[in-house]
Ligand binder design. Sequence first.
Ligand code: NAP
Length: 281
Amino acid sequence: MTSTIATVSLPDGELIPKLGQGTWEMGEQPARRAAEIAALRAGVELGMTLIDTAEMYGDGATESLLGEALAGLRERVFLVSKVYPHNAGRRAMEAACEQSLKRLKTDHLDLYLLHWPGSVPLAETVEGFEALRRAGKIRHWGVSNFDMDDMEELIATPGGDACATNQILYNVARRGPEFDLLPWLADHKMPAMSYSPVDHARLPKRSRLDEIADARGVSVFQVALAWVLLQPQVFAIPKAGSVEHVRDNHRALELRLTVDERAAIDAFFRPPRSKRPLEML
Ligand code: NAP
């Protein structure tokens, strides 16, 4: 059953689902392959149609698995991949994108991101993205792991204001971006993509999240995801390697945290009062 999932808006007004799926570490263990494919397909059926991957993951093996998982489903998916910083020059990017498209068995990406800031000048990277866009190989482009200074540099670069999003480490235990980066992105009408929204399954044990989860009879993952999904103009891409975990994450959409629960979370995971450098996983 496909359900309607809340959306966020890209700067050009295109709506994308607030809850999608990540793929890091998928496609690396043959014994897990069938379960991972089933998980991704179940997620699409549930409406979690935004899927994030990267050329880096499994050295291309993750994109290959995703290409297989999306057989017959590609048209329903908003497909995101990421280019290595060392491939972010115009020529290298064209070749890297071609390889990603081949592995993903598609002729275009919906969004192509620079995986993290590197040494190729941003002007060249923006030119490379725009050339791919003109060629119909990508529909939107954006960045990842860009802190405030990186975003300021990007926006000052010719064409840099066409950036659609910044994919960042943001979850209930890593709230630094609330101080400056999230407001800056909101001011520029760019939604933030929360990666590791359940902190790569390393959320602190015996925290307020567990108390809320126990009291509500839900999983701690659902509480953490419900919290991220409360944040305006933020969308999340949890990775789940089984249908059971995908369904669990999808149910986070139904979990409405109360004012008291949110206050208890704020008391435990304090919002930032000063600049914290952007963390990366
Ligand atoms: P995550 O989504 O926060 O956590 C994934 C981990 O949580 C996995 O071990 C997964 O286990 C477990 N999990 C998820 N839902 C669960 C549930 N309902 N019940 C129990 N366990 C659950 O971490 P992530 O994979 O680091 O981040 C998500 C995606 O963001 C990545 O897959 C990737 O696409 C992207 N990412 C981007 C960057 C970047 O630099 N741009 C960095 C990191 C991640 P199972 O696999 O067993 O389900």
